[in-house]
Design a protein around this ligand. Structure first.
Ligand SMILES: [Fe+2]
Ligand SMILES: [Fe+2]
Length: 164
């Protein structure tokens, strides 16, 4: 697996204005959907390298960057966490299909990334499993950072209070 191919495709996607539009939509904590997608793409590749897996890197990069291409603000959507959790993979796939010519593998990455929450959206390719795994790992990391930032803020607040 050549890192340069993966990086080249990832960079193309990162500079695509349609992808960059995800910067306006918040994700976990202080992260936006664009940053989150970049983290997922980087982590999916890292896991593949660590496990010496052969992957189709162009489709892995494109699928990872489009997996959350649902293009709405969760906080303003009025959707419950359940509705967003179970529904956004299909919305992301429909948006991606309207904007890009996708391979079956890329469609599978997007559609199945919320498995096993979406129990019937089984991943059919190793790249889909990689993105699904990287997505869950990244979400945990983003939440952990959010908690750390909150605890640090509380700690500083208490220190200020104790000085008085
Ligand atoms: Fe997602
Ligand atoms: Fe995600």
């Amino acid at each position: 697996m050549e890192e340069s191919v993966y990086k080249k495709v990832l960079n193309e996607m990162m500079n695509d204005p349609r992808i960059r539009s995800m910067q306006q939509y918040p994700q976990h904590g202080s992260c936006n959907t664009y940053q989150h997608s970049v983290y997922v793409a980087e982590d999916a590749y890292r896991i593949a390298k660590f496990l010496h897996m052969h992957v189709r890197e162009t489709e892995l990069a494109r699928g990872a960057m489009l997996h959350d291409f649902y293009l709405y603000n969760i906080r303003e959507s009025g959707f419950s966490a359940w509705r967003h959790g179970t529904g956004h993979a299909l919305v992301a796939l429909e948006n991606a299909e309207a904007n890009y010519h996708l391979t079956d593998l890329e469609k599978d990455i997007i559609y199945s990334h919320m498995w096993p929450l979406n129990i019937t959206h089984l991943p059919h390719y190793r790249e889909s499993i990689l993105v699904g795994t990287a997505d869950k790992y990244t979400a945990c990391r983003e939440r952990a950072r959010q908690w750390r930032e909150s605890l640090t803020a509380i700690w500083h607040f208490l220190q200020e209070k104790m000085k008085k």
